[in-house]
Ligand binder design. Sequence first.
Ligand SMILES: NC(=O)C1=CN([C@@H]2O[C@H](COP(=O)(O)OP(=O)(O)OC[C@H]3O[C@@H](n4cnc5c(N)ncnc54)[C@H](OP(=O)(O)O)[C@@H]3O)[C@@H](O)[C@H]2O)C=CC1
Ligand SMILES: Nc1nc(=O)c2c([nH]1)NC[C@@H]1CN(c3ccc(C(=O)N[C@@H](CCC(=O)O)C(=O)O)cc3)C=[N+]21
Length: 286
Amino acid sequence: MATIIDGRKLAKKINDETAKQVTKLKSENVFPCLAVILVGDDQASHRYVRSKHRKAEQLGIKSIVKEMPENTTQEDLMQVLNEYNNDDDIHAILIQSPLPKQIDEKFIMKQINPKKDVDGFQTINAGNLFLNESTNYPVACTPNGVMQMFKEYNVALEGKKAVVIGRSTIVGRPMAALLINAGAEVTVLNHFAEVSQYTKDADIIVSATGKLHTLRAADVKAGATVIDVGQNVDENGKLVGDVDFDEVAKVAGNITPVPGGVGPMTICMLMKQTVQLAKWSDKRNG
Ligand SMILES: NC(=O)C1=CN([C@@H]2O[C@H](COP(=O)(O)OP(=O)(O)OC[C@H]3O[C@@H](n4cnc5c(N)ncnc54)[C@H](OP(=O)(O)O)[C@@H]3O)[C@@H](O)[C@H]2O)C=CC1
Ligand SMILES: Nc1nc(=O)c2c([nH]1)NC[C@@H]1CN(c3ccc(C(=O)N[C@@H](CCC(=O)O)C(=O)O)cc3)C=[N+]21
């Protein structure tokens, strides 16, 4: 039976450290502030944003949530974003994805001030990650949270075969870059792939497809570490991941549950990175 990687427990540990950092920064008159822009009525997005807001408040981080209606124009959104980009009291900006169809999401995401890019999506930040630069820059929260899990559970990466299922900007690509930088041998799959052909031989599997049953027991090598990023709803309306948890847990060495795995790590890394951006902005100003 696999070791269950407990995302809630690890997130709490990291959040406790973040809260201490917040207290210290406040004593130096820096007040970390995260602004989240949420456009439209997507219920899952509203739920995620509520939990980000709650967590920020718990840790003493100022949280601004700007809710805009489904019919918001690109110009209206740009106006709010420009205001936040230029507001020195705001250190981190997150525009919740997905955006309504009248808005060019790729274009809008590029307009975030790279110094406030808490998602690490901007070209300069994603480029720094891809090139494994050692300077300070934000890194996508979900894959960064997965890296913390590897560290906490002593999962070796150097010289190990890692398979990342999915190639999105938010998860797959930055996950692959982090694993490459850590010395793993990385394969990135997309929807054209015959998944099991690659995963059967892998030491580490990260699934981020948003598709039920992406991974079954027969697709996994005994002892492998399986990270499930997916957030899906099953036929009973229950939140589940991409991985058939019960059967894969019998084969894997380590496995993350859904809920309680990668999700809480994303939020804790978002908080940690907000504080980091506040710290870096203070150094730049002073
Ligand atoms: N836990 C957390 O904190 C987070 C969870 N998520 C969840 O993770 C999942 C993925 O999110 P995101 O990356 O934004 O999604 P996207 O839809 O942007 O990307 C999904 C990727 O998976 C690939 N894919 C789809 N089906 C298959 C398949 N059968 N075999 C192999 N590859 C496949 C797609 O390939 P192609 O490019 O060829 O279409 C695509 O690259 C979702 O469930 C999302 O809700 C996302 C962010 C954070
Ligand atoms: N700009 C942007 N940045 C994001 O980081 C971003 C985004 N847009 N759009 C949507 C995805 C998804 N995402 C999640 C965050 C937390 C949980 C999470 O906390 N999940 C809990 C369960 C939550 C529940 O009960 O629904 C868990 O797995 O335990 C899930 C998913 C961030 N995303």
